[in-house]
Design a protein around this ligand. Structure first.
Ligand SMILES: [Zn+2]
Length: 120
């Protein structure tokens, strides 16, 4: 596992509450066509990497309205992330299922991310 920063983007309500879990509270989701429009960091496709488990709750922390209990992937270049029902990097997966996305200006946890959003 590579080193990760503990630094949240100044314009986001994001923090890490533990060594192994990223928590992102009430951030507006990004464009849903994330796999198809160019990565702003490279001008190419996003380069998504696995970040382990992902959960998304509707509302602000500490909402218990669980919407997605799935996986987190993140673009290594622009840091856009997806919380999705299915793991899009697995060869047999053809759909994200239910998902949401947003931006973090840092590498998320490789184990788990919890995302609080009103975008449901
Ligand atoms: Zn990207």
């Amino acid at each position: 596992m590579h080193a990760q920063t503990n630094q949240a983007a100044p314009n986001l309500t994001a923090s890490k509450n533990a060594l192994s879990t990223s928590v992102i509270n009430l951030q507006k989701a990004n464009d849903v066509k994330l796999m198809y429009y160019p990565c702003p960091a490279t001008g190419q496709k996003h380069h998504m990497v696995g970040r382990g488990r992902g959960k998304a709750y509707k509302g602000a922390y500490p909402s218990t309205d669980l919407q997605i209990n799935g996986y987190c992937t993140q673009c290594r270049d622009c840091k856009l992330f997806i919380i999705s029902e299915y793991e899009p990097l697995w060869a047999d997966v053809k759909s994200l299922g239910k998902y949401t996305s947003g931006n973090a200006d840092y590498d998320l946890s490789n184990l788990a991310t919890v995302y609080y959003t009103n975008d449901f």
